[in-house]
Design a protein around this ligand. Structure first.
Ligand code: ATP
Ligand code: MG
Length: 381
């Protein structure tokens, strides 16, 4: 008998011919997550198993944060003999109270006791041993799963929901424009959840933005990185671009032109490391630069897809997500973002794309972009 973690995967099931590839990636990612716990990980009949770990709670916590995992259950692996299985079930249910139900499944039909017989016999023995439990077959508080598989039997009474999504690395590569705010970390998380390997790009404008802003962004990247494979952060010096825009462009379009430069620079960096898309935390109508007209003007300067997973969410919904993924507390620390430094008093909310070339005509766009990209610093968190 040994403790194991049963790992169930969700949507990976649907992947048809690519299924073996998705499962291989998922198994590798689970391995990486439990590596320093010394866990042994294997894939067998539509399930991943983790064994040989001392701290099963920590193991469950880690694996439940691996994208592609639907739920996990700390379980016992037992030899396929009825008596030891029944004894272990009674033991497992000793600390519980309330209502329960036994759910036996026998995928190995050579096992001599049927599922229904197991439900009844094991259920009866649990009732005899624990006066605090009652059977409720319709809406039980606790479900004791008993599975007779080919290699062994497994029993478990807890199912912990995991993050879901797709295995990291199966969704391509993208660059997240990461500010120190609440939105962009959530946007990054949403794409990472779909299996997208994500690097972060942050624009800083010293001396207008300080060390604090930089540390904050690195902390956010670190939290995101814990969901899979760490994170690389590209820190772009942005002061010169902002000063030039401030001096040489119409004031009402300052923020929008700033956003256009962010996109151009981000695209160039992204291509440099083989990314296929950009991700931002924009949400429709949140600020002047996020109206539909403004987004059209920002998109026009890049030729790769720009993903905005928060486009239809309210701030309250975004905050809830940020709290859930663990970035909120860091995001609300005070800091100066480069965007807030030169905010125009009356930003244009319905900019016309046709007016953009004229508004930017006094700038050497290419030189500014190249200079920023060349002086970008890379930090791995
Ligand atoms: P956040 O959206 O992260 O909460 P915010 O709402 O203050 O911050 P906006 O000014 O609305 O940010 O900018 C919209 C999006 O542009 C952000 O979600 C982010 O993707 C990107 N962005 C803004 N500032 C920066 C920056 N300094 N570095 C990198 N990306 C940025
Ligand atoms: Mg925002």
């Amino acid at each position: 008998m040994q403790k194991v973690l049963l790992v169930r995967f969700g949507e990976v099931h649907l992947k048809g011919l690519n299924r073996p590839y998705f499962l291989r990636m998922l198994t590798e990612n689970v391995k990486r997550a439990v590596k320093d716990l010394g866990g042994r990980v294997w894939l067998s009949d539509s399930r991943i198993y983790v064994a040989d770990v001392e701290d099963m709670d920590e193991c469950a916590r880690r694996v439940s944060r691996v994208f592609g995992v639907y739920s996990v259950s700390p379980a016992l692996e037992i030899e396929k003999e009825f008596e030891p299985i029944a004894d272990a079930c009674v033991e497992m249910m000793r600390g519980y109270s309330g209502t329960f139900k036994v759910l036996a499944r026998r995928s190995d039909k050579r096992f001599p006791v049927t599922s229904q017989e197991m439900n009844e016999e094991i259920g009866g023995r649990i009732l005899d041993a624990n006066a605090n439990l009652k059977v409720d077959v319709h809406k039980p508080q606790h479900k004791l799963h008993v599975e007779i598989r080919d290699q062994a039997a497994y029993i478990c009474a807890e199912e912990i929901h995991a993050v879901g999504g797709m295995p990291m690395g199966t969704g391509g590569k993208a660059a997240l424009l990461l500010s120190g705010g609440i939105d962009s970390p959530v946007a990054g998380y949403e794409l990472m959840k779909r299996g997208v390997r994500t690097c972060a790009i942050h624009f800083q404008s010293p001396p207008y933005t300080g060390e604090l802003a930089r540390d904050k962004v690195l902390s956010l990247a670190k939290i995101l990185g814990e969901y899979g494979g760490g994170m690389k952060v590209y820190l772009v010096p942005f002061t010169k671009v902002q000063l030039e825009i401030h001096e040489k462009c119409p004031e009402g379009l300052g923020t929008l032109i700033t956003r256009r430069f962010m996109m151009r620079i981000a695209e160039k960096i992204a291509r440099g490391f083989g990314a296929q898309a950009l991700i931002t935390g924009e949400s429709l109508g949140q600020v002047a630069s996020q109206t539909m007209d403004a987004l059209g003007c920002t998109d026009a300067v890049v030729s790769m897809p720009v993903f905005r997973p928060l486009i239809g969410l309210d701030k309250i919904e975004i905050i809830e997500k940020a709290e859930k993924i663990g970035t909120y507390e860091t995001s609300i620390l005070p800091y100066e973002d480069c965007c807030t430094v030169f905010t125009p008093r009356h930003p244009v909310t319905k900019p016309k794309l046709s007016t953009m070339p004229d508004a930017e005509s006094k700038l050497d766009v290419e030189a500014l972009v190249n200079e920023a990209v060349e002086n970008t610093e890379v930090v791995v968190v």
